[in-house]
Design a protein around this ligand. Structure first.
Ligand SMILES: Cc1cc2nc3c(=O)[nH]c(=O)nc-3n(C[C@H](O)[C@H](O)[C@H](O)COP(=O)(O)OP(=O)(O)OC[C@H]3O[C@@H](n4cnc5c(N)ncnc54)[C@H](O)[C@@H]3O)c2cc1C
Length: 88
């Protein structure tokens, strides 16, 4: 927005962005297989996790990646979730 820029005088800038798996996930979700970095392990074809009826995709599976990859994973998982729900 025009005129919204401003300058802050400083010596150091620390960029603080969260780009890692939250360890709470592993601690609070028994039966959910994660890899050594804490990201969820899935069936790449379907998005299924080790817990029945639980699907995952995006950064929590791949680690920091891109929006387009996350969207693709969501699309894939949605298809599998649909098939799963219809089979109940
Ligand atoms: C600074 C920065 C810049 C980036 N720039 C680009 C770019 O230019 N182009 C690009 O393609 N990608 C970019 N990325 C990467 C992109 O943002 C991610 O790959 C993408 O957002 C991953 O989507 P996701 O749905 O997997 O995860 P997220 O977008 O992180 O969504 C996860 C959601 O889950 C929510 N959540 C977390 N814990 C819980 C909980 N316990 N209960 C309920 N909800 C929860 C979070 O609040 C969040 O809304 C950038 C990332 C960062 C950090």
């Amino acid at each position: 927005m025009k005129g919204s820029e401003f300058v802050i005088e400083c010596d150091t800038v620390v960029v603080a962005i969260g780009t890692m798996a939250n360890p709470v996930l592993q601690a609070t979700t028994p039966g959910l297989t994660v890899n050594k970095w804490g990201y969820i392990v899935i069936n790449e074809e379907t998005g299924e996790t080790s817990r029945k009826g639980v699907y995952a995709g995006g950064d929590i599976v791949t680690g920091s990646a891109t929006v387009i990859l996350a969207m693709g994973a969501g699309r894939k998982a949605a298809n599998t979730i649909h098939q799963y729900v219809m089979s109940l």
